[in-house]
Design a binder for this molecule. Structure first.
Ligand SMILES: C[S@@+](CC[C@H](N)C(=O)[O-])C[C@H]1O[C@@H](n2cnc3c(N)ncnc32)[C@H](O)[C@@H]1O
Length: 273
C-alpha cells in the first residue's frame, strides 16, 4: 500500500495492459465465458468491452482501492457488471455460485496464488470452467535462469508480479483438469513474454460426494450358525445400506449356503434358528 502502489502502479499497469499484442488473447478468453462470470484482478477493466451473451452477469474482483479505473472503463454491451473489493484469496461469494472464472495476467501478482486457486475452485459450480491467459515460467533453461534472477526485483516494482510462476502446474495442483492450453512467446523480452492460454474444469476428488462411484472389493467374512464357523469370500461395497447386509452384495450366495445348511442340519436332527 502507499502512494506508489495505489496511484502510480495502477496507471503503469494500465499502460502495459493496453498492449495490442494482448488483444487477441482477451478476445479468445472472454469469448469462451458464459453464465455468471467472476473475473479476478480486473485491473483497469481491459476485458470488460469483450463480454457478450451467453454471459449473464460479470462480477469484477479487485483488491481495494484499485477499482476506480475499472469502474470507469468502457463497456460494449449491456451485460451487468458488479464490482467486488476483495482479494482472490478470500472471495466473498458462496460456493458453486459461479459458471466461469476469468484470470488474465493476474495469477503472477497474487501473493498466495495457491490459496486463490483453491478459492476459485470453491466458488465454481460443478462443471464450471476456469479461463486463463497468463505469463509465466518459460520452458528454456536460459530464459528460466533470467526469470528466477529478475523476479525478486521485478516483484518489488511490479505490484508483486512474478516472472517465473509455473502456471500449468499451479492450476492442475489446485484440482483443475486442463482442457485446452496453448503456450509460447509473444514479441518482447523473453523472461516477461512466455504465455499460457487455455481453459480448465474443476476436477473432483475421489472422496468428493459429488463424484462418489460404486467401488467393490473382496473380503472374507465368518458366519457362525450354531457355533460352526463358515468362512466365506464376499464382495463388499462402499454403498451405505442399513445393517449388516450393507456389507455384503453377495447375499444370494449366503442364502443358498444357509438353505443347504438347513437341509443338511435337518437331516442330522439339528435346527437352525
Ligand atoms: C497485470 S494486472 C492485470 C489486470 C487485468 N487482469 C488485465 O488483464 O488487464 C494484475 C492485477 O492483479 C491484481 N491483483 C493483485 N493481487 C491480487 C489479489 N490478491 N487478488 C486479486 N487481484 C489481485 C492487481 O491489482 C492487478 O489489477
Amino acid at each position: 500500500m502507499g502512494f506508489y502502489n495505489d496511484f502510480i502502479l495502477p496507471r503503469i499497469l494500465d499502460l502495459a495492459m493496453r498492449n495490442k499484442v494482448l488483444m487477441p488473447f482477451r478476445e479468445r478468453v472472454i469469448g469462451a465465458a458464459e453464465g455468471r462470470v467472476l473475473e479476478i484482478g480486473v485491473g483497469s477493466g481491459r476485458n470488460l468491452p469483450f463480454y457478450r451473451s451467453p454471459v449473464r452477469e460479470v462480477l469484477a474482483l479487485e483488491p481495494a482501492p484499485r477499482l476506480t479505473m475499472a469502474r470507469n472503463a468502457p463497456r460494449a454491451s449491456s451485460i451487468p457488471v458488479s464490482f467486488l473489493e476483495a482479494s482472490a484469496e478470500a472471495i466473498p461469494l458462496d460456493e458453486h455460485s459461479i459458471d466461469t472464472v476469468v484470470t488474465t495476467w493476474t495469477l503472477c501478482s497474487i501473493p498466495q496464488a495457491a490459496a486463490a486457486l483453491a478459492d476459485l475452485r470453491r466458488v465454481l459450480r460443478p462443471g464450471g470452467k476456469l479461463l486463463f491467459a497468463e505469463h509465466g515460467r518459460a520452458p528454456d533453461e536460459g530464459v528460466r535462469w533470467w526469470q528466477d534472477r529478475l523476479t525478486p526485483v521485478w516483484r518489488r516494482r511490479g505490484g508483486g508480479c512474478h516472472l517465473n510462476r509455473p502456471i500449468r502446474s499451479m492450476i492442475e495442483g489446485a484440482g483443475f483438469r486442463i482442457e485446452r492450453i496453448e503456450t509460447g512467446y509473444i514479441p518482447g523480452p523473453k523472461p516477461m513474454s512466455f504465455m499460457y492460454e487455455g481453459s480448465a474444469r474443476r476436477q473432483y476428488h475421489r472422496r468428493n460426494p459429488d463424484s462418489r462411484r460404486r467401488r467393490t472389493r473382496t473380503t472374507w467374512i465368518t458366519l457362525t450358525p450354531m457355533g460352526i464357523r463358515i468362512n466365506m469370500r464376499v464382495k463388499r461395497t462402499n454403498i451405505q445400506l442399513p445393517g449388516w447386509q450393507a456389507e455384503c452384495t453377495y447375499m444370494p450366495a449366503i442364502a443358498i449356503i444357509e438353505r443347504w445348511w438347513r437341509i443338511f442340519a435337518a437331516g442330522f436332527g439339528y435346527a437352525l434358528h
